[in-house]
Design a protein around this ligand. Structure first.
Ligand code: HEC
Length: 302
């Protein structure tokens, strides 16, 4: 009898231990997923909040695309990147997503237009992309069909983008520069891969490729036809006369040293994205931007 009671006690204890183990492992897995989603949201913000994928002032259509983005080649509509299975990217695997971000290839194999800045995103670290994918999976699915592009007919053929890529795209990872500090390297990674500052702030040639010798020196015909100023250290035509604190403040608030606020698409990337970065990362971006050699380039609309 005593033995039976001991046995029952033992199995109860084993059951209890098993139960606690199960509950705690579910908890550990869940909290690991939650942490990944949080990290992914940070990557999302550091990339400027993917603001092009939302029509400004649209209700309940966060990341559902359909925003006409003006380019010299015609209007291109941003796409639905919500997890809706039919119209968004809900049926994409993590690999499909990573391929789009780093190779500019859609899950059906078609090439993507470089208005989607995969020329920068190709440098994002794989773990950051995985986190970003995990975050995008958690936003509200919005069923909304993608719109066709309004491009000059020659540019409608996506296979032509192969030639564009040969000329202007180099797939690759971000490489650290050991001659610079850790802070500078973090800033270079954030600016080049995630925040993609150069995509808007660099002049482009007639094929629409970035003029690499003039990186960050401004572009009159920036995205949406807006003029993106020269942000190199040139004191006359760039931001060589800004203090470091002024650039950090600008990336947090959109306010310039003269008290004026920035507008248009720069305000969007700050408002939806950069303002959520932590102080150390904003400091890092500033460290990198302030190391850009001065390029004299006046970018004013006639
Ligand atoms: C989506 C395009 C885009 C991206 C990405 C972008 N910018 Fe801008 N930026 C602009 C435009 C356009 C303006 C001009 C806005 C205006 O006229 O008010 C601007 C203005 C600025 C200015 C004000 C300069 C001046 O002289 O008035 C600074 C500084 C700046 N951006 C820095 C950055 C940095 C640093 C990054 C990356 C962390 C960045 N921008 C990313 C488009 C962009």
């Amino acid at each position: 009898m005593k033995l039976i009671i001991v046995k029952i006690r033992e199995s109860c204890l084993t059951g209890l231990i098993l139960f606690i183990w199960l509950v705690s492992s579910v908890f550990v897995v869940n909290s690991a997923i939650a942490q990944q989603v949080n990290r992914g949201e940070y990557i999302f913000r550091a990339s400027g909040g993917c603001s092009c994928h939302t029509v400004p002032n649209s209700n309940n259509q966060f990341m559902a695309g359909g925003r006409a983005l003006k380019t010299p080649f015609g209007a291109i509509y941003s796409t639905n990147i919500t997890p809706d299975k039919k119209t968004g990217i809900g049926s994409w695997t993590e690999t499909d997503f990573i391929n789009a971000m780093t190779k500019g290839i859609r899950n059906d194999g078609a090439h993507l237009f470089p208005i989607f800045p995969y020329t920068s995103f190709t440098k994002i670290k794989t773990n950051d992309l995985k986190d970003l994918y995990a975050y995008l999976k958690t936003i509200k699915p919005v069923p909304m069909e993608n719109k066709g592009d309004e491009l000059f007919f020659l540019f409608k053929w996506r296979f032509g983008l192969i030639f564009w890529k040969l000329l202007n795209f180099e797939e690759g990872r971000f490489e650290e520069d050991s001659s610079n500090s850790e802070l500078w390297n973090r800033g270079a990674y954030l600016s080049k891969a995630l925040a993609h500052c150069s995509e808007c702030h660099t002049p482009r040639d007639i094929s629409g490729g970035l003029k690499n010798k003039l990186l960050y020196s401004g572009f009159v015909n920036g995205p949406e036809g807006e003029t993106a100023p020269n942000i190199t250290q040139d004191p006359q035509t760039g931001i060589g006369d800004w203090e470091k604190e002024a650039l950090i403040w600008f990336l947090l608030t959109g306010q310039k040293p003269d008290g004026d606020y920035t507008g248009g698409i720069m305000f969007e990337v700050i408002n939806e994205g950069y303002q959520y970065m932590d102080a150390k990362d904003l400091d890092a971006i500033t460290e990198y931007i302030f190391s850009l050699k001065p390029i004299q380039n006046e970018v004013k609309k006639e």
